[in-house]
Design a protein around this ligand. Structure first.
Ligand code: ZN
Length: 457
């Protein structure tokens, strides 16, 4: 592998406070040198890449991805998911445990790591289940999972209802030095709801989910965390109330980290009218005021990281044929008839996100809501810290895990152009500004738009 020499870019590294033009030399799997323009004189044998106009940042890390492997190859595989991640600028993704079989044993963890090792793309960080089979009844063997390489525990997709089971998990995980990520949902309050409660649910004729279904569970788990003296990580925060609870919990000394997804901070529930079940996820898209609150919380530091909750589904799981023609203009047919409303409620939850997360986050930068430095903190520095990874930094001796971003490259999300095996996205057809143009993992380019994007300039 030839050393790589990146010249002319603005290097952004929240860990060291760097935001300035730098040349960067990568040798083997580490950053060999980083210096002001012209200061480094590498050997002629290096491969030089001129990245003027771009940002060079510590590689993006997603703490919340569903790779569907083992179990659901029609939705995604470890290979397709890790390639989609690399194309989105991610050098590593945390793969959730709700596979089939569930990742509640070292055998499944070993399978995932072995498959990932065969793919030249983003790295896979295994997430182990909190409870066996995600059934919420019996604790998984946390020590064994940690020894196999698990870096976080989560039953994501399902809440952990039993407070004693969760308290025990928090204590053991804390002892192991690993985080627990919580899907906050009080199923007693969801009561068969399909989208956020309110006018859109009413006009479609489907049952609504009250925001309290999330915030009441956040409230309970903040208390559990305080009692256990252990940290918690809250997945996909989506409501104003939850954000306020996190702020209050921190004032009371709770150790909380939390994430928000690009779909929750970009879209409100009205997107369901245009995209149908491709805008149906759990927690659901909320109201405009919730979207605004999430954006404020991303900017002011309340929310620590952006996570994709990449959740690939095939058209059948999304009930696409039964609901064909029901959504988007000019085919509005609301309220849905009884069979359609049932199909909608039964449709799988989730949207893909790996390939659109960075551009949607960059939109907040273009609108002046986030500084570039804060964006990289949200997508690299803080995720690396949560998962206790070596990356997330851009200094000499750090891993050569790097994302090169062209913040101004305009493109349209193609309906069938995803590297993911699935295309359940409410962002298809959207014009976006900025994207990853190259992703480097352990010194090796695993995704690149060069020279295409250079020629386009
Ligand atoms: Zn979830």
């Amino acid at each position: 592998m030839k050393p790589l020499f990146l010249i002319g870019a603005v290097a952004i590294d929240p860990a060291s406070g760097l935001e300035a033009q730098r040349d960067i030399l990568l040798s083997g799997s580490t950053i060999a040198a980083i210096a002001p323009p012209g200061a480094l004189k590498p050997e002629p044998a290096v491969t030089t890449i001129d990245v003027r106009g771009c940002w060079v940042v510590p590689g993006l890390i997603d703490v919340h991805t569903h790779l569907r492997d083992p179990g659901f190859p029609q939705k995604e595989t470890i290979e397709s998911g890790l390639r989609a991640a690399a194309a989105g600028g991610f050098v590593a993704v945390a793969a959730m445990a709700n596979t089939d079989p569930v990742n509640d044993s070292p055998e499944v963890t070993n399978y995932m790591l072995a498959r990932a090792a065969q793919v030249k793309a983003a790295a896979l960080i295994p997430v182990g289940a909190v409870t066996r089979g995600l059934k919420g009844v019996e604790a998984a063997d946390y020590e064994k999972l940690a020894a196999a390489g698990v870096r976080m525990f989560s039953d994501d997709g399902m809440p952990v209802d039993d407070p004693a089971l969760l308290s025990n998990a928090l204590e053991v995980a804390h002892h192991l030095g690993l985080p627990v990520s919580l899907h906050e949902e009080d199923r007693g309050l969801v009561r068969g709801g399909a989208i956020n409660a309110g006018a859109v649910a009413q006009s479609l004729g489907v049952a609504g989910i009250a925001p309290a279904a999330e915030s009441e569970r956040v409230r309970r788990d903040l208390e559990l965390a305080l009692k256990a003296g252990a940290p918690i990580h809250i997945a996909h925060l989506s409501t104003r109330e939850s954000i306020e609870l996190v702020r209050a919990g921190r004032r009371h000394g709770a150790q909380i980290t939390c994430e928000a997804t690009p779909h929750h901070f970009t879209l409100d529930v009205r997107a369901v009218l245009d995209f149908g079940t491709d805008a149906k996820m759990n927690p659901p898209l909320r109201d405009t005021a919730d979207v605004d609150a999430l954006r404020d919380a991303l900017a002011d530091g309340t929310i620590d990281m952006i996570a994709t909750d990449h959740a690939p589904h095939d058209p059948e799981s999304k009930r696409a044929s039964e609901l064909a023609g029901c959504f988007g203009s000019p085919h509005k047919r609301w309220p849905l008839d009884e069979a359609q409303a049932r199909a909608f409620a039964a449709a799988a939850n989730g949207v893909i996100g790996l390939e659109t997360a960075l551009p949607l986050a960059l939109d907040l930068v273009h609108r002046g809501l986030l500084k570039p430095m804060r964006l990289i903190e949200l997508m690299s520095t803080n995720p690396a810290r949560l998962l206790k990874l070596e990356g997330g930094r851009l200094a000499q001796g750090d891993p050569a895990d790097i994302t090169i971003i062209d913040p101004n490259l305009e493109w349209t999300v193609p309906p069938a152009g995803f590297i993911s095996r699935s295309h359940n996205s409410p962002f298809t057809g959207r014009r976006l500004k900025g994207r990853a143009v190259a992703t480097i993992v352990k010194g090796e380019v695993v995704y690149s738009l060069f020279p295409h994007s250079r020629a386009a300039r």
